[in-house]
Design a protein around this ligand. Structure first.
Ligand code: XIL
Length: 365
């Protein structure tokens, strides 16, 4: 799968998991259609409760997205709330929605330092039992075998601030129990459970041009290099892309170089969690919308100039349900919604949507 060209990878990964109804396109002029025309994916994270309770949301997701991912419901806290007791209802509901709307779905995420159930956080540091890692991966990997377009096997293993010489996140139940080897153990277990689904490593805060981003990029590239050198079945890279329009600096050159460096390993790249925080921006929403759209255009133009970039998934579709509006670091204290997603709180297309549509339209690399 390494060094496969984008069209072949997308066709293969879709064919592997597609329900009979699947098609890259749909009617209408949504982002999924714009993306598919140039052999890219557009999609969004969703929560099954919102799909169920809010018909306008469900309709917008069906019209705009070609691929879905659960915002929380495929995390361990949701899927194994008590030891050995699994709950697949949320993930299954999204998968069913995806099949009804000729969409793909991806899995996020098997292993993370966050969103773990309390029982695991209590037990793992004491027992250091590897089965607490591998049994879970076997369970969910088998349950969804062949159903996802790709799986995030490990999420956010890098944190240079933790002081590890390789920039690994040490403040993690996984690192504390097993050291770096948990990463390759996880990938091998995922491969065994689900032999064909492309397995991704997903990472955050790599896109910016402030000094603190650089060690994160370096450590991430080194990690990829070590994993591939050890024949770990890593088959794709997820670039989260939670951008911050008024808090971080960005430059085309930095983004371009990093994408080239990842692609040089032969890995396809997916933008997995794109949004643009507008906190600390001007009070006039129109001005913020312009800045968010401008940054979106710059970022996606660079990304889509790379053959290896499979497409872009936004972390939510509408501001109505954006995690940015409820997360302390990003939310407005006066209660207004963050405006970091393509549709506003009333499902209107914002300048960010227009920027994305035009980036997909001209993205022929
Ligand atoms: C976030 C969800 O959006 C929130 O609803 C939840 O409370 C915390 O997790 N990086 C990731 C995502 O990989 O899983 C996170 O999702 C956002 C940051």
């Amino acid at each position: 799968m390494l060094n496969m060209d984008r069209r072949t990878f997308l066709a293969m990964s879709a064919a592997l998991c597609a329900s009979p109804a699947w098609s890259a396109q749909s009617g209408g002029d949504g982002l999924r259609v714009r993306a598919a025309r140039n052999h890219r994916l557009y999609g969004t994270s969703v929560d099954s409760r919102n799909l169920k309770a809010d018909p306008r949301f469900a309709q917008a997701v069906a019209a705009e997205a070609g691929i879905l991912v659960a915002e929380s419901e495929t995390k361990r806290k949701a899927m194994e709330p008590a030891k050995g007791q699994y709950y697949f209802g949320g993930t299954d509901a999204i998968l069913n929605f995806a099949h009804s709307n000729t969409q793909l779905m991806r899995g996020h995420t098997m292993v993370w330092h966050e969103a773990n159930p309390a029982w695991l956080e209590a037990e793992l540091p004491v027992s250091k039992d590897e089965r607490l890692l591998t049994d879970y991966i076997a369970k969910v990997g088998t349950r969804y075998k062949g159903q996802f377009q790709s799986w995030d096997v490990v999420n956010e293993a890098i944190e240079p601030k933790d002081g590890h010489p390789l920039g690994l996140r040490t403040n993690s139940i996984w690192y504390e129990a097993f050291g770096e080897s948990y990463i390759e153990t996880a990938f091998h277990a995922a491969r065994e459970a689900d032999p064909k689904t492309p397995l991704f490593y997903n990472e955050t805060n790599l896109e910016g041009d402030d000094a603190w981003f650089e060690p994160r990029r370096t450590a991430t590239l080194k990690l990829i290099e070590r994993l591939l050198a050890r024949n770990v079945p890593l088959q794709g890279f997820g670039l989260q892309s939670h951008l911050k329009a008024f808090r971080s600096k960005y430059s085309e050159a930095v983004i371009s170089k990093f994408l080239d460096e990842v692609a040089a390993f032969g890995l396809p790249i997916l933008i997995t969690e794109f949004d643009v925080a507008d906190i600390r921006g001007p009070s006039d929403p129109a001005q913020r919308d312009t800045a968010v759209a401008d940054l979106t255009r710059m970022f996606l133009d660079v990304a889509f100039s790379k053959k290896a970039v499979l497409g872009c998934i936004t972390w939510g579709l509408t501001d109505k349900y954006s995690w940015l509006s409820v997360t302390p670091a990003y939310k407005w204290s006066d209660g207004q919604l963050s405006r970091g997603l393509p549709l506003d709180g009333d499902f209107n297309r914002k300048p960010m949507w227009t920027a994305m549509a035009s980036c997909f339209d001209k993205s022929q690399a």
